[in-house]
Design a protein around this ligand. Structure first.
Ligand code: ADP
Ligand code: MG
Length: 170
């Protein structure tokens, strides 16, 4: 799927590739990021593996770097617009090789709020849906999603653990 590979001139391949899905490594990936820029590059690498219809849950405390990772995902999907947190509007939509629907469930009090803005349609669409605080929306997710856990470490570092969907998403 060469059309999904990010423009390598914009994303230097200084990072190791995502761990392969070979023996003992299926569905797993673990990174240490030392900076926001590195977190964006990791996001762009993840984007190179995404297919229409994929969904990703981002799990991590406030300030962990979820929105920063989405900025990288967006770059990797060829989106030129600036990605900002959708904390107050709950969802932003961007247009690249694949449409990107960026949700933030931090402020929601109940899942109705997401249903009202069409969450179920976007998650079943041919776009990519990414959800910050995605663990709050598990009940609404109809199929295997990527799960990305971001953990704060000392010195601005982050541990980013990537779990691929266990089953095909289509
Ligand atoms: N290694 C890193 N990865 C991600 N963000 C980092 C890192 N180091 C520092 N930061 C900073 O931490 C903040 C993360 O904010 P943000 O991405 O909005 O978090 P969240 O969406 O999880 O609340 C940003 O200001 C970013 O510049
Ligand atoms: Mg955020």
């Amino acid at each position: 799927m060469p059309d999904l590979i990010p423009d390598s001139s914009r994303f230097p391949s200084s990072l190791a590739p995502l761990p392969s899905e070979g023996e003992g490594n299926r569905g797993k990936g673990d990174f240490i990021s030392a900076s926001a820029e590195e977190t964006r590059r990791i996001g762009a690498q993840i984007a190179s593996e995404l297919k229409p219809g994929d969904c990703l849950l981002l799990v991590g405390e406030l300030g962990a770097g979820k929105t920063t990772l989405v900025q990288g995902l967006a770059q990797g999907l060829g989106i030129r617009e600036t990605v900002r947190s959708p904390t107050f509007v709950l969802m932003h939509e961007y247009h690249g090789r694949i449409p990107l629907y960026h949700f933030d469930a931090y402020r929601i009090k109940n899942l109705e709020e997401l249903l009202e803005i069409g969450f179920e349609d976007t998650v079943r669409s041919e776009g990519v849906t990414v959800i910050e605080w995605g663990e709050k929306t598990e009940q609404l997710l109809p199929r295997g999603c990527w799960r990305i856990f971001i953990e704060l470490l000392p010195d601005q570092r982050r541990r980013i653990r990537v779990e691929r969907p266990h089953a095909p998403s289509t």
